[in-house]
Design a protein around this ligand. Sequence first.
Ligand code: SF4
Ligand code: SF4
Length: 68
Amino acid sequence: MIIKENVQIKIDERLCKRCGICSEFCPQNVFSVRNDGIPQVTAPENCTSCHLCDWRCPDFAITLEVIS
Ligand code: SF4
Ligand code: SF4
């Protein structure tokens, strides 16, 4: 059985350089990109907490918190 964890994803807009890596690599399409290039979390219910986004973000702008 796969139990999805409850996750909270935060993006620090002051640190984000709008490279698009997080939205490109997220396998679950959790992000969409605003007109100004900043990613937004628009489908958090799809997140599997794989950490591809926060581990790959070059500017440490993403915080992934798993809530138990
Ligand atoms: S990977 Fe990090 S710096 Fe790049 S768009 Fe996403 S949050 Fe911003
Ligand atoms: S942890 Fe994985 S599934 Fe969740 S938003 Fe990041 S890349 Fe997408």
